[in-house]
Design a protein around this ligand. Structure first.
Ligand code: C5P
Length: 322
């Protein structure tokens, strides 16, 4: 090889090496930028003074937002979660039947629900309103209505109680035996405790439900079917095991609604939780009929303690009423 040819081949090798180094650097830069972008996208940017997701208290360490609160078309429920759930109200039908029923559910109701806000950098405040008698005479109505989202449950009433409980309802939580008609703009958050509950939901919106349960049950419901979401058994199990440390048989609807709020809100204001002086879960809208009710089989004392602890570590604001 001549000297010139040798020089040329060395030059071309150097150029190739340079090109390789350049493309590697550009590649690295692109990867870094992508990582940064995706981190930004998944970061929970919250603009409240004190954000649920940023609280460092020991109880808030139980929060695991990767557990999806509601069932979606693509949910792949674990058999373990189903087994736990089926013991709640003595379900006898199997996992295959459950899945078939869920499949039917999504022929009618939204297949996916966006629970978290789309825009980061905002502060989504929520009022979680239990049904406690301690709301009577509380004058919390305006404070409840002031929050972006108002969550109520079961047969909660507002008509005639506006001064104490407010007027708005964004999410209304219920199960068949506690069902109530809703305004067209209210989301129905459905807690199923057995497969029949899912069947009820389908039929109450279509043909009418004529089965029986342990309590009287509505044949039909008036509500917006496009705003229905069904709580996942996995989420109930997580509420019971992680949050209640398996106390009691399973958590109350109110307690699970509070955990739901911890998953979808930035700032939480809790109202209407707490037994009366006899230890009963009496309501603000009616006289207690069963004086031996206590907390209806749920670990009410522990639930109340947890709410107090969450308030102490400033994860929620707790309003104890009158
Ligand atoms: O009685 P009901 O289940 O409709 O009330 C909704 C929720 O409010 C309960 O699941 C419970 O968590 C809470 N509650 C309470 N104290 C009461 C009544 C209800 O903490 N006196």
């Amino acid at each position: 090889m001549s000297v010139v040819a040798g020089e040329r081949s060395r030059m071309s090798f150097k150029l190739k090496l340079l090109a390789l180094q350049l493309s590697a650097t550009v590649g690295l830069l692109l990867v870094l930028q992508f990582n940064e972008l995706s981190q930004l996208q998944f970061q929970d940017l919250c603009a409240c003074d004190s954000c649920v997701s940023e609280n460092k208290g020991s109880l808030s360490g139980r929060l695991n937002r990767s557990v999806e609160p509601v069932l979606s078309w693509t949910t792949d429920l674990s058999e373990e979660a189903f087994s736990w759930w089926k013991s709640l109200q003595n379900e006898r039908r199997d996992f295959r039947f459950f899945k078939k029923t869920v499949h039917k559910l999504f022929q009618i109701f939204p297949r996916r629900t966006e629970l978290r806000k789309q825009n980061s950098g905002t502060c989504r405040t929520c009022a979680v309103v239990g049904n406690s008698v301690n709301l009577k005479g509380s004058h919390y109505g305006p404070l409840i209505d002031y929050q972006d989202v108002v969550m109520r449950m079961n047969i909660a009433k507002t008509n005639g109680y506006e001064e104490d409980v407010g007027t708005r309802t964004t999410y209304h939580v219920m199960y068949p035996e506690s069902a109530t008609d809703l305004h067209n703009s209210t989301h129905l958050v459905f807690f199923p405790f057995k497969i029949m509950d899912l069947e009820w939901l389908i039929k109450a919106f279509t043909t009418g439900f004529y089965g029986r349960s342990y309590a009287p049950i509505k044949t039909r419901i008036r509500a917006n079917k496009d705003l229905v979401m069904v709580i996942s058994p996995e989420f109930m199990k997580y509420s019971h095991e992680k949050w209640l440390e398996k106390k009691g048989v399973y958590p109350s609807t109110g307690f699970m609604t509070l955990i739901f709020a911890l998953h979808v809100c930035d700032e939480i204001h809790v109202f209407g939780f707490g037994a009366d002086s006899d230890g009963n879960w009496s309501h603000y809208f009616e006289e207690l009929a069963d004086k031996t009710l206590k907390t209806g089989g749920h670990p009410g004392n522990r639930e109340y303690e947890i709410i107090q602890e969450l308030a102490k570590e400033k994860t929620v604001k707790f309003y104890k009423g009158s």
